[in-house]
Design a protein around this ligand. Sequence first.
Ligand code: BES
Ligand code: ZN
Ligand code: ZN
Length: 464
Amino acid sequence: MIKIRKVKNSNCPTIIRFICKSIKGNIVDFKAEVEEITVRYEKEGTVIYCGLGEAEKCVPIDIRAVTMRAVSQLKKLERTSVAVEIPSINLDRKEVEKAIIDGIIIGSYDFSKYKSSNNTTKLSMVELIGAQLPDAMIKKEIEICCGVNYARDLVNDNAGVVTPQYLAKEARKLEKNGVKVSTLNHLELKKKGLNLILAVGGASSTPPNLIIMEYYGNKKDKKVHAIVGKGVTFDSGGQNLKGTGHIETMRQDMAGAAVVLGLFLAITKLKPAINVIGIIPAVHNAIGERSFFPGDVYKAYNGKTVEIISTDAEGRLILADAISYGIDKYHPDIIIDIATLTGGIITALGEFVAGLFSNNDDLANKLFMTGEKTGERLWRLPIYKEYEDSLKSDIADMRNISKFKKGYASSITGAAFIKEFVGNTPWAHIDIAGTAYRENGFCRDMPQFATGFGVRLISNFLEI
Ligand code: BES
Ligand code: ZN
Ligand code: ZN
């Protein structure tokens, strides 16, 4: 655990110093480009200079990104403590300080569980020179980032370790400080008619379950928000088996669930005055003789029948049951689902922004603005009638993928499918298939492998 504290001055012999182009001075061979770093040994100690580029163009993402670079440099230098000089630039001071804290905690994350030699030096003390953020806000930022790193741990670990049962066990560990956890096992799911979750999870020796976390931190306020996270612990594609090149990273398919758990970890630490329900449908989409099959029809919890065209479009199925059950049981004022739902969102938006879909403009706008503020950015796509109509089935009420040509608007039709299960509840769907996991190294403030994308977004949206 890293200790971060505010100080007026520091004697720490290792210093992080941010530099914009205009105040670069004469540091040789250093241009102060965005994310550029250089180490200099000076009288006051070891200084890691961090480039911020042109002051007028600098955004918190630049600060977060370069802080992360500096933190990996500290690891190479084997430093356990560092002093950070807060830069004076023309940005909201609070956001600058928060971005630095993010960069330190998210940047010092290391998934080394499967490395035989793991003796890297760990950063343990950070002094923020001249920081103004109140202590409570520093604590909040730290706990939210610990939630991010926890979500990353859950996504990075083996699919054989992080099973539906493991997710339930992790949720139960968070049963403290007002958080109540309950799980429906496969027998209870059957009794209650959550047949879509059962269909997707049926082939695996690790049976499906529905994990529910309740937190009522503000008894005076009747408002309850529900956050639903897709928890496919491995997505083989089922009978529509995924091929080489697509299947290798599918342990990431519970990244939405990891966001919910990361959020609740932060909630147990911060005990915020809000009411929130976390819902995780947890399944392993396996291939096997007890699996569901293309062509099958299943009845959802809300009574709608669904024709399965592809067993690989499984996320929307489990979300449909989890959402209609959550609305039925907890009557949330707002429901948000977060899911690695479609490869199509990677084609549409790439790896730096998640897809946003909603039946409510105010909710969509608020989420969008939270994305701009946190740097976990969202871009909204439409759900028009034509897309909804493409999900009509001849044999059942709906089909699980559209009638469109393969690959056409798959993210939108996926969202349109889920929309059929939300009724009038204000709802938003966040497709994180492009942002949850980075195969090919870090970029900007997005780390390699699991990113934890969504924890900071949802935590800030809920104002935990
Ligand atoms: N889990 C995948 C989506 C995904 C793709 C997540 C890449 C992360 C990275 C999802 O269940 C899926 O397989 N979606 C299909 C839907 C299609 C059958 C309509 C897809 O996107 O190809
Ligand atoms: Zn799939
Ligand atoms: Zn999936």
